[in-house]
Design a protein around this ligand. Structure first.
Ligand code: FES
Length: 580
């Protein structure tokens, strides 16, 4: 805390609602009393909002009702007044067409929930993929002290003596089932064993990448992201969040003092060292733009080239899951390995610097958290491509694909929609070779809509039966952080708005040159010009409602898919009206 910035009760934000001797404040106090509170419960105390993304359809957050009790215990111990506010749950498993369509809705809700209520600080409870960036984006903009409480990973999956990893093993055994190698009984057994407890996916997928990012940014308690959801340490961490947020309010430790350029770069480096879900690219850029930090695709590519992958956790690592990562020392131990590459002067929510938090961090299993001298890969968590197919960028995860695709040329097989693609891949007579490049378009932010995780296109049955398990695939979609394979994603601009992917035809040759970060269609420029002139935009997908608003305002993948009007500088000159 900076000396002299400690707040007093009169300067609390909530005092504007609760302290004055006027009619409106009388109403606020009387309504708290209607809830059974006395003035002793709230008068002069920091009001802490617990923004809870629990729902009965969010299996990853099923322990949150108990964690709210833990957080409230901590808040009361520290002299704060806790109020729980439910926010959009955005579960990954059930939301159609994709949870990404609703990330910005959660971000808007978070921002407005904080702005419109008498809150002095907030504990953000999230973890399932989009909940982390949604909550954080909104809270960065709202600007009150905040602390992120990550849901924590679920326990390892198990079936018939085999350890199972969320997502990754579902894809793997689905391919084997399509090849006729998995019986109905085995398939049901896998279904019952792959998700054994509360918590987020326990591979280093999007959820654990994003919570690692918040940890590295300094907005969780140190190391909180690695604690398994059902470990008693998770309850203790939750109570600590409650205690700490009250002090953060008195210290006026607002997000702008923590979420800085240096903190976001630390987060990007750590993401690369953990294996980095490609989804992290979109969310990191969106969070950075909310914080006014110019972190773009080229910065991430540069970091991807020099950052070794140290977390031997599936899907980029080979052998382990998040529970192993926790027992090996967790994120603090991993950050300790790359301490020299991080800005350790960054302030974190516990009031200490990142460097202070890393003192004493230790690796207990150096096969799970590798030393710099023995990384899983020397580089390659992420690469950004450019070329005439993706002038505004595309991403690929080199560490997760067969190196034989690093330089590849092959004919395109183009699909305009997911149903069209799905029908073709199940056709055992499909005329396709392993050299073909499967392309799915109209799957971007507007075309999907919401840029669904369709980017790991299924290998056609015609190839699966011949033993092939990987091939080059390209789309303007995203893919799950638990996916793998030679998948080029996030092609920008997307085809739905007339990006070059819209001009591609089946049979056109495509060249991927990963070493030089190029992705091109080998089609003459005059021919492309003819196709461009003949292209007509698809009909809008929405005429009303959220989808209409989303389509009007979502930005492209290279800008983070935020809404243009929510970005930091939008309308900044006019400022905000004094109505809160
Ligand atoms: Fe919630 Fe994977 S489904 S984190």
């Amino acid at each position: 805390m900076t000396e002299g910035t400690r707040k007093d009760a009169a300067s609390l934000r909530s005092a504007r609602w609760l302290a004055p001797d006027d009619l409106r404040s009388f109403g606020h106090r009387s309504r708290l009393m209607q809830l059974g509170f006395s003035e002793e419960d709230f008068a002069g105390k920091p009001v802490i909002g617990i923004l809870n993304t629990w729902s009965e359809l969010n299996s990853c957050h099923s322990h949150f009702p108990q964690r709210v009790v833990d957080v409230k215990r901590g808040i009361a111990q520290a002299g704060g007044f806790a109020v729980e506010l439910p926010t959009l749950s955005v579960d990954e498993s059930f939301t159609k067409p994709t949870s990404m369509l609703y990330r910005n809705l959660l971000a808007m809700e978070t921002e407005e929930m904080i702005r419109s209520h008498p809150l002095d600080g907030v504990v953000l409870m999230g973890g399932c993929d989009k909940t982390t960036p949604g909550l954080v984006m909104g809270a960065i903009t709202a600007g009150v002290p905040m602390i992120y409480l990550p849901a924590g990973p679920m326990l390892r999956g198990h079936y018939a003596g085999t350890v199972l990893g969320s997502g990754s093993d579902a894809w793997k055994y689905w391919d084997e089932r399509r090849a006729g190698n998995v019986s109905d009984e085995q398939w049901r057994g896998l279904q019952g064993g792959i998700a054994r407890s509360a918590g987020v996916c326990m591979t280093m997928g999007t959820a654990s990448t994003m919570t690692a990012i918040t940890d590295a940014m300094g907005i969780t308690l140190p190391g909180a992201s690695s604690i398994p959801a059902v470990d008693s340490a998770h309850s203790r961490m939750s109570a600590s969040c409650g205690r700490r947020i009250v002090d953060m309010v008195w210290e006026d430790l607002t997000p702008d003092k923590i979420v800085t350029d240096a903190a976001l770069r630390n987060a990007a480096i750590v993401a690369m060292a953990t294996g980095c879900s490609t989804n992290a690219v979109v969310h990191l850029i969106a969070m950075a733009r909310r914080a006014g930090v110019a972190l773009g695709l080229d910065d991430l590519d540069a970091l991807g080239r020099v950052t070794p992958l140290l977390a031997n956790v599936r899907p980029s690592g080979k052998d382990y899951l998040m529970e192993d990562f926790y027992f090996a020392g967790g994120l603090l131990a991993l950050m300790k390995q790359i301490q020299d590459r991080l800005d350790t002067a960054c302030l974190t929510v516990n009031g200490k610097t990142l460097g202070e938090n890393l003192e004493g961090a230790e690796v207990y299993n150096d096969d799970v958290i590798r030393p710099l001298s023995n990384p899983v890969y020397h580089e390659g968590s992420l690469a950004v491509l450019r070329g005439n197919l993706c002038p505004d960028g595309a991403v690929i995860k080199p560490a997760a694909c067969d190196p034989k695709y690093y330089q590849h040329e092959g004919p395109a097989l183009v699909f305009d929609s997911y149903p069209e693609m799905k029908k073709a891949v199940d056709d055992e007579t499909l005329d396709i070779t392993p050299d073909h490049v499967m392309v799915l378009r109209n799957a971007g932010p507007q075309g999907g809509p919401g840029m669904p995780e369709w980017g790991m296109l299924p290998i056609p049955k015609a190839l699966i039966k011949k033993g092939f398990r990987d091939m080059l695939r390209i789309s303007d979609a995203r893919m799950s952080g638990t996916s793998y394979g030679a998948c080029v994603l996030h092609v920008a601009p997307e085809s739905f708005v007339g990006g070059p992917l819209a001009l591609l035809k089946t049979g056109d040759m495509i060249r991927l040159d990963l070493v030089n970060r190029r992705l091109d269609m080998l089609v003459a420029e005059d021919e492309l010009e003819r196709r461009r002139a003949a292209w007509t935009p698809p009909a809008p997908l929405f005429e009303r409602g959220w989808g209409w608003m989303y389509s009007k305002h979502v930005t492209q993948a290279d800008k983070g898919c935020d809404f243009d009007f929510l970005e930091r500088d939008f309308g900044a000159a006019a400022g905000e009206p004094d109505i809160y």
